[in-house]
Write a protein that binds this ligand. Structure first.
Ligand SMILES: *Cc1c(COP(=O)(O)O)cnc(C)c1O
Length: 390
C-alpha cells in the first residue's frame, strides 16, 4: 500500500512533493523495484540450490534499512546481515519472524541473552565468542542458531586453524546449532587475484577440521561473479543489490538503485579572471555560467570532488557539467557554460549520482569506492522510495 502511494507521489506532478524536495535542497531517489530486480538477478545467477542473503548493515549502505530490508524480503530474501547488535535490535521489528537476522561482528560481551530473546543470530568469530554463546545455550532449552566464521586469510574476523583445533579438542560446538560456516574474501573484486582461490582452498581445509560438514558461505557481491566454486550454500551480497558494479573490470550488470539530485539555488555569468568558491580554487578563463547547487560536503559529497566530477541535467545527459572550485558545506558550484543561455528555474535538479552518473565512476574519480560514497550520504536529503507494487 505504502509503495503504491509513494509511486503515485513520484510519478505524478505533485506540488506538495515537489515543494518538499525543493525545501530539502537535494533529493535521493531509491528505486526499490531496481533493488528487487537486482536480488532476483543474483538469485538466478547462483541457481536454485544456493540461498541469497543480503548485507543490510550501515542502514542498508545508507539507503534506509527500514525500507530496503522489507523490499528484499518481498523479493524472497530470508537472511539479512548487519554488523552490530544494536543494528540487529532495531531491524528485528521491521522484518517478519521467519527472516534470520545475522550479526556479523558477533555478540558483544553480555549481549548474548538479549540476542537470544530477540531472535538475533550471531556470527561467532573467535573462541571467546564461541565460549560465551555456548555458555548461554548450555543454560537454556532454546537452541538458538548461530554462524561460525573461519579466517581464510583476511585476518579480520574468524577462527584460525589453531582455534579450530582447540574448538574440537574442547568439543565447544556441542549444544550449538550452527547453520553455516562462513568466511570472507579480501580480493574478490579482482577476479585475476590468486588470493581468491587461495582463500577458497584455505576455507575448504578449515571446514574439514570441523566434526560435521556444515553448510557454507564465502561470497559477497563480487564473489558471486567468481563462479559457482565460490557459491557454496549461501551468498551474502550487499553492494550489487544497491546497483554497484561487483566486477569492476566488466560492464555493470546491476540496475542503478540510487539517484542523487541537487537542486539549483541560483546561477550567474561571471567574467574571465573571476573566482569561484573558497580559496578561489577555480578562476574563469572565459565568460562562464556558474550555478550554485544545494548539496555540499555535509551531505556526504566529498570536498575534493571539485574539478574531478560532473553533473548532468537528466533531460540532456550527454552534456557533462563540471563541478568547479571547492565543495562547500552546504553547496557546490557547477559550470553550466555548455548549456548556453538555456533558461533554468531555481530548484532545477541536477543529477550527481544515477543512471547517467554511475556511482562507480564518481567513486573512481574521487579515488574511493562506491561503498564509501553510499554510506556517507547525509541525512538532509528528501528521500523518495519508488516501488510499483508491494
Ligand atoms: C559487507 C559484507 C558483505 C557484503 O559485501 P558486498 O561487497 O557489499 O557484497 C558480505 N559478507 C560480509 C562478511 C560483509 O562484511
Amino acid at each position: 500500500m505504502i509503495g503504491r502511494f509513494e509511486t503515485l507521489m513520484t510519478s505524478l506532478p505533485d506540488t506538495a512533493e515537489n515543494e518538499a524536495r525543493e525545501r530539502a535542497g537535494g533529493w535521493l531517489r531509491i528505486d526499490l523495484d531496481a533493488l528487487k530486480h537486482n536480488y532476483t538477478l543474483l538469485k538466478s545467477l547462483v541457481g536454485p540450490d544456493v540461498a541469497v542473503g543480503a548485507a543490510v548493515k550501515a542502514d542498508a549502505y545508507g539507503l534506509g534499512v527500514e525500507r530496503v530490508a522489507p523490499a528484499l524480503y518481498r523479493a524472497g530474501c530470508r537472511r539479512f546481515f548487519v554488523a552490530t547488535v544494536e543494528e540487529g535490535l532495531s531491524l528485528r521489528p521491521v522484518l517478519p519472524q521467519d527472516a534470520a537476522l545475522c550479526i556479523l561482528n558477533g555478540p558483544t560481551p553480555g549481549s548474548e541473552a538479549l540476542l537470544q530473546a530477540r531472535r538475533l543470530t550471531p556470527v561467532l568469530n573467535s573462541l571467546d565468542q564461541v565460549r560465551r554463546w555456548s555458555a548461554l545455550c548450555r543454560g537454556s532449552f532454546d537452541r538458538s542458531t548461530c554462524l561460525l566464521q573461519l579466517d581464510s586469510g583476511m585476518s579480520r574476523f574468524g577462527l584460525s586453524g589453531a582455534d579450530l583445533d582447540i574448538l574440537c579438542a574442547e568439543d565447544l560446538l556441542a549444544g550449538l546449532d550452527v547453520t553455516h560456516v562462513m568466511s570472507h574474501l579480501a580480493c574478490a573484486d579482482d577476479a585475476a587475484s590468486p588470493r581468491n582461490e587461495g582463500q577458497r582452498l584455505r576455507f575448504e581445509a578449515l571446514r574439514r577440521k570441523l566434526p560435521a560438514t556444515l553448510p557454507a558461505s564465502l561470497a559477497a557481491s563480487s564473489g558471486v561473479f567468481l563462479g559457482s566454486a565460490y557459491h557454496f550454500d549461501l551468498v551474502r551480497p550487499g553492494y550489487a543489490l544497491y546497483g554497484g558494479n561487483p566486477s569492476p573490470e566488466r560492464p555493470n550488470p546491476m540496475r542503478p538503485v540510487v539517484t542523487l539530485l541537487a537542486g539549483m539555488v541560483q546561477d550567474r555569468w561571471i567574467d574571465p579572471e573571476v573566482a569561484v568558491g573558497y580559496s578561489a580554487r577555480f578562476v574563469a578563463d572565459a565568460p562562464t555560467r556558474i550555478a550554485t547547487l544545494s548539496v555540499g560536503y555535509a551531505d556526504g559529497f566529498h570536498r575534493r570532488a571539485g574539478g574531478l566530477a560532473s553533473a548532468v541535467l537528466p533531460d540532456c545527459p550527454d552534456i557533462a557539467l563540471p563541478i568547479v572550485g571547492r565543495i562547500s558545506m552546504d553547496c557546490m558550484a557547477l559550470d553550466l557554460t555548455a548549456l548556453g543561455d538555456r533558461p533554468l528555474p531555481p530548484g532545477t535538479g541536477f543529477e550527481l549520482i544515477g543512471p547517467h552518473r554511475p556511482l562507480d565512476d564518481l567513486a573512481a574519480a574521487l579515488d574511493t569506492i562506491g561503498y564509501e560514497l553510499l554510506t556517507g550520504l547525509g541525512t538532509r536529503f528528501h528521500r523518495e522510495y519508488i516501488e510499483s507494487s508491494s
